[in-house]
Write a protein that binds this ligand. Structure first.
Ligand SMILES: Cc1cc2nc3c(=O)[nH]c(=O)nc-3n(C[C@H](O)[C@H](O)[C@H](O)COP(=O)(O)OP(=O)(O)OC[C@H]3O[C@@H](n4cnc5c(N)ncnc54)[C@H](O)[C@@H]3O)c2cc1C
Ligand code: FES
Length: 363
């Protein structure tokens, strides 16, 4: 009991001291105006020191990916800091490889601006914009997944690559927070951003998105993401998704057949039961139009007698293994939970795919 009391007191004291340090740093330490040099620009920005690099860049309309909203738990906000960033913090090391640390890669949400700072940001990120939009339609796809189509109002068009995502901005306790959502509409609809969103119980942003009605306004930044479709039409495309991991797959598949009607492509979609099925009919219709498109949905759980299913059963990586031959020129896009990504990646590597041909987003 005495031991427990000591531990609790020590924990409380440490938390109080940490809080005091943060507050006193905010109130007492004035870092003044610092220079923020981006890509050795001729005119560095002049910014107030004391804030994080991520929020300072955001205030200057430079939008760095941040799926966790700056909490240091997603590892998405990596940029290169060539000078003025201080030492790499223990909160950063779990997300940085040794090579990245040697190359001065940092987590922008963990680096505080305390002096003049020099950063390198890829041109693509400098082109990320803030968009306003209006909800055009909302549709229930399953018991916990909704599709919502956002019509852009300012700017009125977005230019993105299939498989990229946007960051929805929502206010929580007065602070703007951001969450990543893949664009599910094809590149043929530049004035629409369609999302497929799973409701996470208690989740801030998914609850906000599920509460939207037609006519509501939504703000977001984008596009972000590393997915790059191989332009060689002889390369087969393999898409594997689970749950809301369908979103980027739909974009990739429809964008692909806009451009290459003959291209070979597989969609594998992992469900637990038939209640998780959505978009199957429209993909089957697409497959009738494009004979080189193959659709495989797989149910991983034992089905009720009332559920009618004649397709694949078992985990989706088993279907991938069964259907794909080895040593075909391919690239693959995977989206879903980490365990699914790991299992599918293993199968694809055995089929001869190299790491650089496998793109994935875990969520
Ligand atoms: C690149 C990328 C693309 C994404 N695309 C999509 C998409 O197209 N559609 C989509 O629905 N989501 C997508 N996500 C996930 C999305 O960004 C949010 O993480 C998710 O919607 C939860 O946010 P929230 O604010 O509702 O929950 P939070 O308020 O962040 O979390 C609330 C609680 O739920 C837990 N939690 C968070 N996520 C999950 C989860 N997936 N399963 C179970 N518990 C969870 C948290 O740990 C926390 O305890 C994507 C993520 C990334 C990184
Ligand atoms: S924003 Fe998530 S780790 Fe920096």
């Amino acid at each position: 009991m005495v031991y427990l009391w000591s531990v609790l007191s020590l924990g409380g004291l440490t938390a109080a001291l940490a809080g005091l340090l943060i507050v006193s740093e905010r109130l007492l330490v004035d870092y003044g105006v610092c220079k923020l040099d981006i890509n050795s620009g001729e005119e560095p920005l002049e910014v107030d020191g004391g804030d994080t690099l991520l929020s300072t860049l955001y205030a200057n309309e430079i939008f760095i990916p941040s799926a966790c909203g700056g909490k240091g738990t997603c590892g998405h906000c990596k940029i290169t800091v060539t000078a003025g960033g201080g030492r790499v913090l223990p909160t950063e090391t779990p997300y940085l490889s040794r090579k990245e640390i040697r190359s001065n890669v940092r987590l922008a949400c963990q680096v505080k601006i305390r002096e003049d700072i020099f950063v390198r940001i890829p041109e693509e990120l400098l082109n990320v914009q803030m968009f306003s939009s209006v909800v055009e339609s909302v549709r229930e796809l399953t018991y916990d997944i909704k599709e919502m189509r956002l019509r852009l109002t300012e700017p009125m068009e977005i230019s993105h690559r299939p498989g990229q995502y946007v960051q929805i901005q929502v206010s929580s306790a007065g602070e703007p927070i951001f969450r990543a959502y893949s664009i599910s509409s094809s590149i043929a609809e530049p004035n629409i951003v369609e999302l497929v969103v799973r409701l996470i119980p208690g989740g801030i942003c998914s609850t906000y998105l599920h509460s939207l009605n037609v006519g509501d306004g939504v703000n977001f930044t984008g596009p972000y993401g590393e997915f790059v479709l191989n332009e060689d039409p002889s390369v087969e495309v393999v898409c594997v998704g689970g749950g809301c991991g369908m979103a980027p797959m739909k974009n990739i598949i429809y964008s692909l057949y806009e451009r290459w009607p003959e291209r070979s492509c597989w969609l594998f979609f992992g469900c637990r039961t038939t209640h998780d099925i959505f978009y199957l009919e429209q993909f089957e219709k697409l497959a009738r139009k494009h004979p080189n498109f193959h659709v495989v949905y797989a149910m991983s759980e034992k089905l009720d007698e009332s559920e009618q299913w004649e397709g694949d059963t078992g985990f989706v990586h088993l279907s991938v293994d069964k259907c794909l031959g080895a040593d075909v020129k391919r690239q693959a896009f995977l989206c879903g939970p980490p365990l699914m990504i790991e299992a599918v990646t293993g199968v694809l590597r055995e089929k001869g795919l190299r790491s650089k041909d496998i793109f994935y987003d875990e969520f």
